[in-house]
Design a protein around this ligand. Structure first.
Ligand code: NAP
Length: 526
């Protein structure tokens, strides 16, 4: 498949700018062939304008029509075949097997949203029929449903070149809700972005969607992204990436003349608590599983367990010895890009520097080839953790800190002190979980997903998933970026009062022509 290195604006290929860049293969630190053209501000403006124009048509498409579009995107991604897999692997250093799995996940989430659209009840229709005889005042007929917000800007992350990128979760949920999308391609995998943009364009043509329903602009500088955020036709942002980037975009969006919602999914350290009986009875299992979870994908998951809380009891040393052995046996792995590798190395140096009361317990195998990162296991005390905010910060890569508490009170105090995270995990027996129910209470306030006796890496795409959490894990804890509930990030409720039947949307007509579930005078029914 031939890459153009250009931008995809409302179905047309465009390269007006002079600034170019190339992708780097992180396995060997060499440049890949294609030259990519960074979008100009004019090109971004054109994409936003076309998205705005397309919105008028796209928002009126039925659930079934939008479902066909999403299914077609999934099919066209599959039709890209091995070229997509090979290029994504070359641009990210992620193994072929991982990319193939991620392609399945990406297609699966598009198809899952398609099923939601076909079923139709997601619009959350509510109907309170008129009560003309009510005393002292009659009640009007009042009907409510969720509608699309408008054009959405999407920023994907480097660590999921398919599932959190051009046709990733943010794009799928925005298109499902009825919003056109302008994607900022990720400069770490621009070729992958272009191939997926081609697939979306084909799907859009095949299903007769308005041209501006999708655009993708390339860029390796913040200007392109900020032009999307600041464009008056952009009505919401979905972002996955670094804390620095997510906060900058959130602030810019709030400073606009018309502020817009920003869903920034950022970093997280995902605390794991290993409770006393579990530590005693399942040391080897947990030590091995923890090492696997920390080093999975070279630790480049937002759900990577970066903090492990343990009680200082007679089983601690054995567990630490077992975990250290597994860490030492872990091979070095290719990190996504030079910036991520150097940020990881700086984080490791900071932890190992003696300035933060942390000691290095074990280091995995190392390699100088490409941008390779080695697994690191550190240890500190709960007292130090409580005093030092920096120990809670994400060090994106295969590293974790064991935090040792001298008492249950110290463990609870550490949990209370924590900021927002995507997940928290407890390993415990039934007894442990009963004895630590107060810990669960605290953690419920801190995270989007609580896990018992399993590791946080691996985020199922389903209806009940929450991939979010209080700040700084995200900029808005009231939602999720994974799973079908993500659709509500790009909608708002509208209420229709005293509307004649023929002016009501299909979803709210009295005879329920779509057969969807609705809250009808206080009762859920079809
Ligand atoms: P990143 O450097 O923030 O980049 C993400 C995208 O945002 C890129 O397109 C980047 O483009 C753009 N961007 C970054 N800063 C910007 C700014 N100030 N203004 C405008 N655009 C900006 O993140 P990454 O390196 O891809 O991903 C790694 C991080 O993502 C990790 O910290 C990880 O934990 C987090 N992550 C979170 C989740 C989650 O669901 N919470 C999932 C995956 C990853 P330019 O480089 O061209 O500016």
């Amino acid at each position: 498949m031939i890459l153009t290195g250009k931008n995809y604006i409302a179905g047309l290929i465009s390269s007006k700018g002079k600034t170019t860049f190339k992708a780097i293969n992180p396995s060997n630190a060499t440049e890949l062939e294609t030259t990519f053209h960074e979008a100009t501000i004019d090109e971004v403006n054109e994409a936003a304008l076309k998205a705005h124009e397309a919105f008028a048509i796209y928002r009126k498409k039925s659930g079934k029509e939008k479902a066909l579009f999403l299914d077609a995107i999934a099919d066209e991604i599959l039709n890209l075949g091995d070229d997509l897999i090979a290029l994504a692997s070359a641009e990210t250093g992620l193994p072929i097997g991982r990319i193939t799995g991620e392609r399945g996940r990406t297609m699966g989430q598009l198809k899952l949203f398609a099923t939601v659209l076909r079923e139709g009840s997601w619009v959350d229709a509510r109907i309170d029929t008129a009560l003309p005889d009510r005393q002292p005042l009659p009640r009007a007929d009042i009907r409510y449903m969720q509608i699309a917000l408008g054009a959405v800007g999407v920023f994907g992350a480097s660590n999921f070149p398919l599932a959190f990128s051009v046709a990733g979760g943010d794009t799928a949920s925005a298109l499902a809700s009825g919003c056109p999308v302008v994607v900022k391609g990720h400069p770490s995998h621009p070729g992958t972005c272009e191939l997926v943009a081609m697939a979306i364009n084909k799907a859009s043509e095949k299903t007769n969607m308005p041209k501006g329903v999708f655009s993708m602009v390339q860029g390796a500088s913040v200007e392109v992204g900020m032009a999307i955020v600041n464009h008056p036709h952009i009505k919401a942002i979905g972002f996955t990436g670094s804390t620095k980037g997510g906060i900058a975009i959130f602030q810019a969006a709030n400073n606009r003349e018309e502020p817009i919602p920003v869903y920034s999914e950022m970093g997280s350290t995902n605390p794991v608590f290993i409770l006393p009986e579990a530590l005693k009875t399942r040391s080897e299992d947990i030590a091995k599983g923890l090492t696997g979870s920390v080093s999975l994908g070279v630790g480049q998951f937002c759900t990577n367990p970066g903090l492990v809380f343990l009680n200082n009891d007679e089983n601690l040393q054995n567990f630490q010895k077992l975990t250290a052995k597994h860490f030492e046996e872990t091979e070095a792995g290719t990190m996504l890009n030079k910036g991520i590798k150097s940020a990881f190395d700086i984080g490791i140096q900071h932890l190992a520097s003696n300035k933060v009361d942390v000691k290095l317990l074990a280091k995995g195998k190392s390699s100088l080839e490409g941008f390779k990162g080695s697994a690191h296991l550190f240890e500190t005390t709960a007292k130090s953790f409580i005093l030092r905010d920096s120990l809670e910060e994400e060090n994106f890569g295969p590293s974790t800190i064991s935090v040792i508490a001298d008492s249950k009170e110290e463990l609870l105090a550490s949990a209370k002190k924590m900021k927002g995270h995507l997940t928290a995990t407890l390993f415990g027996t039934e007894n442990d979980l009963n004895n630590y129910s107060d810990l669960i209470d605290i953690l419920e306030q801190k995270v989007g997903r609580l896990i018992i006796n399993d590791f946080p890496t691996g985020v199922e795409v389903c209806h009940a998933m929450v991939h979010g959490g209080p700040f700084p894990a995200t900029s808005n804890s009231r939602s999720t970026s994974v799973g079908t509930a993500a659709i509500y990030r790009f909608t708002r409720p509208v209420c229709y009062q005293s509307f004649p039947e023929d002016l009501l949307p299909e979803e709210l007509k009295s005879d329920n022509p779509l057969g969807i579930m609705r809250l009808f005078n206080g009762d859920y029914k079809r």
